[in-house]
Ligand binder design. Sequence first.
Ligand SMILES: C[S@@+](CC[C@H](N)C(=O)[O-])C[C@H]1O[C@@H](n2cnc3c(N)ncnc32)[C@H](O)[C@@H]1O
Length: 280
Amino acid sequence: MIKLSRIYFRTPWKFENAAGRRRLSVLNKARWMPFTKGPDDIMTETFNQMGYSVDILDPYTAYFLHKMRKPTQPVADLGCGFGIVTKHLLNAGATVIANDISRAHLAEVEDSVPREQRSRLTIVHGDASQLDFPANSLSGIMAGRWVHFLTSPEAYFDFFHRALRWLEPGGSLCVTVHTMKAWSPPEVCAAYEIKRASGMAWPGWVSREMKWEGLRDRLPDRGYAFRLEELKGLVEEIGFHVEKCGLYGLRIPAHPPERQVELAPNNTIGIVASKSISLT
Ligand SMILES: C[S@@+](CC[C@H](N)C(=O)[O-])C[C@H]1O[C@@H](n2cnc3c(N)ncnc32)[C@H](O)[C@@H]1O
């Protein structure tokens, strides 16, 4: 099982056959991936204190890549970090727009892409939430673990509205974000549950002092920790059709070492949502 998941996460697009699809369905049920490697082997710290870039694929990103096997338009990897998704997309034959707010990350991506693939790669530097692609011009948008750094409800609405506009009808968006459990100790999570139960709107804002000490200098000071139903509800309200969503786990190197395994399950949300073919 462990061996299969390692193979699957590295080569999702190869599963065109029945056996592959069966494996896909088994693995999609996993809520926490039993990584055979330690967190330091799969997570690379970003250069700009924006968390870690991950070099394995979670089930939602893998499903998104599976859908992006024959895109008719470019696919954007927004907040691409060190480009794991960009490279999978390029290997699968897609034309890719790799974006990040860090020029240093983009330089790493560009340098590590084989020369023969570079004609299909466009590098776009800047804040992804402020980009302006033409309407209906993208087959897919990947937003891997940075959307939670947006700092106001308006910024979330604005970004998801833009994403819907940029996608061609039938195109797909994949979003991954961390939950409160990834960022904050249990007592902060418990206080959050009380706020949430009281019916407070947008209860998930997380400030610097609410985070695990080891994460404080590795993340922006403010972020928003969604619950699965909350993020799903938001993208549906914008007009997406949610195809697949759920929780999965990542071991986070900045968590106290003795608690990393306990804190890993269900600390990250994945959503794959599509734009209706009747929308333009
Ligand atoms: C936690 S890393 C995730 C990298 C990669 N997507 C992954 O899932 O492994 C967050 C990345 O998003 C980038 N980022 C954060 N906010 C951004 C924004 N508003 N626009 C573009 N990139 C952003 C950071 O520079 C960093 O590379």
